[in-house]
Design a protein around this ligand. Structure first.
Ligand SMILES: N[C@@H](CCC(=O)N[C@@H](CS)C(=O)NCC(=O)O)C(=O)O
Length: 207
């Protein structure tokens, strides 16, 4: 059975849990990371030498990096719709995933990890303000895009691209500063909320 290493409240672990439940993949999960066993433990570092959750064990295969794991699971267990084989459609999905993992993760460090969680290493006024400004711009870009596509991020079909974007959108609603209205993003949030696996691992009361 697939083994997921990482605490269930981690943004990046939730991508893997959501994907597993969308695809009906059975898994077991071990708690590692903040509040649980440390990811600096040599036992964990055997699975991910970078010391970050999630890591996944699938038989003899050991994987790290949440988006890579999502794509691996989608390739192995998912259908053509969830992770298109067409190289152009595939690249469109991957571009959204990469953009989310780089751009919105950096902004959310400032706006959320510093601005809401007050995590010591990020907690700095400039970083918070910059994060808030950038995430507002980025969620605005998602809103503008969704006005002409939708209901999902790449169009009619729910794909791997919705996994990181859907979690970033959920976190957006937990930020503590005055935010503009983004009606297409609000519709997207409701659309995702029709999916039981999103309600379990995405919009589950956690930022
Ligand atoms: N690029 C990595 C980032 C992983 C990451 O930042 N994980 C965080 C949790 S979301 C972590 O391990 N934090 C340390 C901890 O929980 O102890 C990925 O996408 O998997």
């Amino acid at each position: 059975m697939l083994k997921i290493l990482g605490r269930a409240n981690s943004f990046n672990v939730r991508k893997v849990l959501w994907t597993c439940d969308e695809l009906g993949i059975a898994y077991e999960r071990e708690d590692w990371g903040r509040g649980h066993r440390s990811t600096d433990d040599p036992e964990f570092l055997k699975y991910n030498p970078n010391g970050l959750v999630p890591a996944v064990v699938d038989g003899d295969v050991v994987l790290r990096e949440s988006n890579t794991i999502v794509r691996y699971l989608a390739t192995k267990y998912g259908g053509e719709e969830f992770y298109p084989k067409d190289i152009v459609q595939r690249a469109i999905c991957e571009a959204w995933m990469d953009w989310a993992n780089y751009e919105t993760s950096i902004s959310l460090r400032g706006a959320f990890l510093a601005g809401v969680m007050r995590e010591d290493i990020w907690n700095n006024d400039w970083f918070i303000e910059t994060g808030r400004r950038l995430i507002t711009k980025e969620v605005g870009q998602i809103d503008e895009h969704l006005q002409s596509t939708g209901p999902y991020i790449t169009g009619e079909t729910f794909t791997v691209a919705d996994i990181p974007i859907g979690l970033a959108v959920n976190r957006w609603y937990y930020l503590q500063f005055e935010q503009p209205e983004y009606p297409a993003v609000a519709r997207y949030y409701e659309q995702l909320s029709t999916r039981p696996a999103y309600m379990k691992h995405g919009r589950n009361g956690l930022p």
